[in-house]
Design a protein around this ligand. Structure first.
Ligand code: MN
Length: 245
């Protein structure tokens, strides 16, 4: 028996103490609309930066963690997939926040439809520089070495990295940083699905694709600023919600 309650998807909130209005919008979302969902999937970049789970006691991070746990206590299951900003989130933050960590990519049956979930950055294969950095920082040996540094030093390094990445992005053509059509088709093919949901590019849209003669749909989640967005999925299909109060 399928639940009639929708499943909600969000990504790219980029929560940071520097942008309290977005954090407050997300807290209201967790206390309100998210409670009508059977499950909430956060598909990466929940936080704008994550230096390691030993930063979970930071008041801002702890506040978000507590609000997530409250949502889970109210009956909405929460799944978290890491993005390129918060891939160092682990179970020391995840367990008390009641997050079930899921791999990128993951295929889940959502309201009767096998659905491929990704953060989305692995689809951006045209950006070779980005993919090289990604391969480095996702390497377990690199992560062990990085996490062995003092927290304060990690925060400084992340801030430097963030500034370099913003500068690099401003010099790159718009198309270079979007998903690559062959990578998208390969993902549909490899996972044998006709529905995909991802974020990362901040280019909220529904795209229709034909892969090997099969009609496929790809939903791209947008990022959160003064307003937010979520994709609601139930047995009738998918629709985008604007979160603005
Ligand atoms: Mn991202």
């Amino acid at each position: 028996m399928l639940s009639r309650l929708p499943t909600l998807f969000v990504s790219d909130l980029h929560l940071s103490a520097r942008r309290p209005e977005t954090a407050n919008l997300f807290l209201r979302f967790l206390a309100g609309p998210a409670r009508t969902a059977q499950a909430l999937y956060i598909l990466g970049d929940l936080f704008d930066a994550w230096a390691g789970d030993d930063d979970r006691a930071d008041p801002f991070n702890a506040g978000i963690g507590a609000a997530l746990a409250d949502l889970a206590d109210a009956g909405t299951q929460i799944f978290f997939m890491a993005g390129n900003r918060d891939f160092l989130i682990g179970n020391l933050f995840g367990v008390p926040s009641r997050l079930t960590l899921i791999a990128d990519p993951t295929v889940v049956d959502i309201a009767g439809t096998p659905t491929l979930l990704m953060h989305g950055d692995t689809l951006c294969t045209d950006d070779a520089d980005y993919q090289a950095v990604r391969a480095l920082v996702r390497d377990p040996a690199w992560q062990r070495e990085f996490l062995a540094l003092p927290l304060a030093e990690r925060k400084v390094k992340i801030e430097e990295f963030r500034e370099r990445s913003e500068t690099a992005k401003s010099g790159k053509p718009y198309a270079l940083m979007d998903t690559n059509a062959d990578a998208v088709a390969d993902a549909f093919r490899r996972h044998g699905v006709t529905r995909m949901i991802h974020g990362h590019t901040h280019r909220q849209a529904r795209h229709d694709h034909v892969v090997d003669g099969r009609a496929c749909e790809r939903w791209v989640l947008g990022d959160w600023h003064a307003t937010g967005n979520a994709l609601a999925v139930d047995a009738n299909g998918c629709h985008l919600l604007t979160i603005d109060e």
